[in-house]
Design a protein around this ligand. Sequence first.
Ligand SMILES: Nc1ncnc2c1ncn2[C@@H]1O[C@H](COP(=O)(O)OP(=O)(O)O)[C@@H](O)[C@H]1O
Ligand SMILES: [Mg+2]
Length: 331
Amino acid sequence: MKKPRICTIGSHSALNILRGAMDEGFSTLLICKKGTAKFYESFGICNETIEINEYADIYDIQAKFDDCIIIPHGSFVAYYDLDRLMKEFNIPIFGNKRMLDWESDRRKKSELMKAAGLRLPREFERPEDVDRPVIVKHFGAHGGQGFYIARTPEELFQRINATPEEKEKPKLIQELIRGTNIYPSFFRSVIRNRTELFCVDRRYESDVDSSLGVFFDESNPTFTIVGNYPLVLRESLAVQVQKDGENFIDATKRLVPPGLNGAFCLEMVVDRDLKVYTFEFSGRIVAGTNFFVPYSPYSYVMWGEAMSMGRRIAREIKDAFDVGRIDEICF
Ligand SMILES: Nc1ncnc2c1ncn2[C@@H]1O[C@H](COP(=O)(O)OP(=O)(O)O)[C@@H](O)[C@H]1O
Ligand SMILES: [Mg+2]
């Protein structure tokens, strides 16, 4: 097998991914929307760029990059229809294909986190059972829209019964945890058989982080991510978070064999007693890792060299390629 090129889609964490690929000696290809190639080329990280009109155009041009491995990122799942991807896309994708299905369903997500023994916010099957503040998440909705908060059971009933559509909509009713959000990212290495705590970020979310919060209706906040900023955990918390990451990987090995590989992020809230709750996860590189080009405190301590998440992914591919194990880390 010839050494693969590394390819990603121009958005989200493409700069991070391609810089890392170049640092590991890979040739790179960027596929991006018309009008954006110039931006990416200006950084000197693309050996080749292909502009497309629509994201779905990649299906028609696969012959142009069948020597590549695709690195999926946060936008990838959003842009591409899972079914079509499975049926019509033939280029190897870094990661575990079976994870996609688990990630696209809030209930399955919770099931996996519970199987890992993580502490989850309580979930309520029936509104009648609610006895504390909750956050209501419609299936398919994202924090940018369609979430609401109810502080009391009365408020919850009012919201749910507001319209017949609202009543019918499938939703996750989840305990609202009062605390501080943390978003630790990890790297699961199949080749080195270990789970690395990589970096921790926090997210600036509009409008919950707006300085003039007094102006919005607090029961209907949005959580649209505006940016990310870095965090180091108090060390005792880092120890616990690392265990959670390892337990999560163990659960994916049992439920989604052979298990998740590569980058992932646990989305957590730490309460006043330092209890850590996990309310969501991402099974791939998150934009919070972008801050850590060229490295995070944790990745530097582990590697003693500049190691960004983009570079870590490329290093894994290089390691796998050298020992003929690429098919274990791609699908
Ligand atoms: N149970 C919870 N307790 C406290 N805050 C939460 C909880 N669930 C979600 N949030 C907040 O809402 C944001 C978006 O929720 P999340 O479940 O991650 O949805 P999305 O699919 O939009 O990422 C989180 O980043 C966090 O700030
Ligand atoms: Mg989230």
